[in-house]
Design a protein around this ligand. Structure first.
Ligand code: PEP
Ligand code: MG
Length: 568
């Protein structure tokens, strides 16, 4: 039995088989080939396939002008059509008698280095474009899709890290637990683990690093694999893949091939957990009211339809944050107005009279997907994200607003806008909403007159002008995940900084108070939808500051209800 330790995200236990997922982009092997002409043809075919994919992406993007960056796809086509690029790869094949994958990968390294070393910022950034296009060619050559994790049975997924789109493409019924060697408490995979109510460990001390120096460079030369400068680092991948393990979120431990005693003990804890859940289910239908009669709304956070079912099962008072960008991350192309409308309608109908707060697109930063063609940025968390993308791409924004307004007649909709930093943004949002309303009026399409419009307070700027913002909107919902990141200047996704990431910092506590006070002075509601809201030990502080609502992972609702009911 081997035991590894990590930081636990959720107090749950799972037992199952391990599946190790290595996201090393593409594992490139160097093979010696005799038929170089055949290999060059393979490469040309792959390049043509990549070009036609890019052409259709360009068409779709410019047709819908969902984002005005369709040109990026055109730029990628030009790289692939450029003789000096493709010619470089073909030359490697014929001069070194090697396979196409190896040749195009080396071409990538060569051109990326060339661009990275240029003085001009614009050209430096083109290195990312080179990576993108070559990955597309590699995907055509290998038939492998990046980011797609295929699972045959329920597993404990062990990986270095997971991007939001990788997390989304997972078959949730087949995930028993996440164990990440990186990851961070506030990453979206951690948030997902909480909403799925499964155990997850981050920063776990398993070694998933590559075998050889060549591996580290992304090239695994099968001829030299055991003898690269004599250096070979030991890793755990082969040792643990497929083995039975226990993830214990209470202890923050991963037991591989647990012995009988551990297995018996963990099975007992699982049974205990089940009983505890059954006990909590008796609280369904009861109020979130303290002993002294103070009421607080407990809503659920959701990112897909199965979360809505979980929210209902756990008796959520409403949906306090529906992360609509996940609809975009889950699909291969911009979801149309009708597609979005059907999803929003479904959510609203399921929730009946209960309030559903749908947050408009919060793309950018770590939430990226191929077809959006967002530019690589030096500081994506400080970059084009959230409301900035929507205000820059009005067509994209209006499409979502039309879908939301059309769906509003099917339930109790509120709309929330992310990453707000100014009054001007709120005013511009209102103008766009009014434009959409008059378009719908002209088309005789009905929408609810009672939609509430609120904002996420997740930047220090929004906190500091919350007295003015409160006059413009119907509610505030504090995104403590981003508010902590931006206030403390700490990347919420960086494992190494987890110990500095402190949502309980005095600065955050004061900000929470400023926001709640300004909301109440202006008779609007103050909510918390960031992860801090689900910290049972912080609940008395949230009530003391005066929050009216918290929105948390569905699986945590009944436990929080129990705590509220026990408070004086
Ligand atoms: C937040 O920032 O606290 C929040 C709720 O939004 P997200 O985690 O999706 O950025
Ligand atoms: Mg946020």
């Amino acid at each position: 039995m081997n035991i590894y330790t990590g930081t636990s995200i959720n107090n749950e236990i799972a037992i199952g088989k391990i599946f190790v997922y290595i996201n090393d982009d593409f594992k490139i092997e160097k093979r010696h080939v005799k038929d170089t002409d055949g290999e060059i043809k393979r490469l040309k075919d792959a390049i043509n396939k990549a070009i036609s994919e890019l052409e259709s992406l360009y068409e779709r993007a410019s047709d819908k002008t969902s984002l005005d960056n369709a040109d990026i796809f055109n730029a990628h086509i030009m790289i692939l059509k450029d003789d000096s690029f493709a010619g470089f790869a073909m030359n490697i094949i014929s001069s070194e008698n090697v396979n196409a994958e190896y040749a195009i990968n080396n071409t990538k390294i060569h051109f990326m280095e060339m661009f990275t070393n240029m003085e001009d910022e614009y050209f430096k950034n083109r290195a990312f474009d080179i990576k993108d296009v070559t990955d597309r060619v590699l995907s055509a050559l290998t038939g492998k899709k990046k980011n797609k994790i295929e699972l045959d049975e329920p597993v404990i997924l062990v990986a270095e890290n997971l991007t939001p789109s990788e997390t989304l493409l997972l078959d949730k019924n087949k995930i028993l637990a996440f164990v990440l060697t990186n990851g961070s408490i506030n990453s979206h995979s951690s948030i997902l683990a909480k909403s799925m109510n499964i155990p997850a460990l981050i920063g776990t001390d398993i070694n998933l690093k590559s075998n050889t120096i060549n591996d580290i460079n992304g090239i695994n030369d099968v001829n030299d694999v055991n003898d690269v400068n004599g250096i070979k680092c030991i890793n755990d991948i082969n040792d643990i893949n497929g083995k039975i393990a226990v993830v214990d979120g209470f202890e923050g431990k991963l037991y591989i091939e647990p012995d009988e005693i551990i297995l018996k003990e963990k099975n007992r804890r699982i049974e205990e957990n089940k009983k505890e859940m059954e006990r909590l289910l008796n609280l369904k239908g009861k109020g979130n009211i303290t002993k002294s009669g103070r009421k607080i709304d407990v809503y659920a956070n959701a990112m897909n339809l199965s979360d809505i079912d979980l929210a209902l099962f756990n008796d959520a008072g409403g949906i306090g944050l529906f992360r609509s960008e996940f609809i975009f991350l889950e699909s291969n192309d911009y979801p149309t107005e009708d597609e979005q409308f059907l999803i929003y309608k479904d959510i609203l109908e399921k929730m009946g009279e209960k309030e559903v707060i749908i947050r408009t697109l919060d793309l950018g930063a770590d939430k990226q997907t191929d077809y959006l063609g967002l530019d690589e940025e030096e500081n994506p968390a400080l970059g084009l994200r959230g409301i900035r993308i929507c205000l820059k791409n009005k067509k994209l924004f209006k499409t979502q607003l039309r879908a939301l307004l059309r769906a509003s007649v099917f339930g109790n909709l509120s709309i929330m806008y992310p990453m707000i930093i100014s009054i001007e943004e709120v005013k511009e949002i209102k103008e766009v909403v009014n434009e959409v309303k008059s378009e719908l009026d002209k088309e005789n399409i009905k929408y609810s007159e009672n939609i509430k419009h609120g904002i996420m307070v997740e930047t220090p700027a929004a906190v500091m002008i919350s007295d003015e913002l409160a006059k413009e909107v119907d509610f505030f919902s504090v995104g403590t995940n981003d508010l902590t990141q931006y206030t403390l200047a700490i990347d919420r996704g960086n494992t190494k900084l987890d110990k500095f990431y402190n949502p309980y910092h005095e600065a955050i506590l004061r900000m929470l108070k400023i926001v709640a006070d300004n909301a109440h002075k202006n008779n609007i509601r103050a909510a918390i939808c960031g992860e801090l809201g689900s910290d049972i030990d912080f609940l008395d502080k949230i009530l003391e500051i005066g929050y009216d609502e918290i929105s948390i992972a569905p699986g945590k609702i009944l436990k929080i209800r129990e705590k509220i009911r026990s408070m004086k």
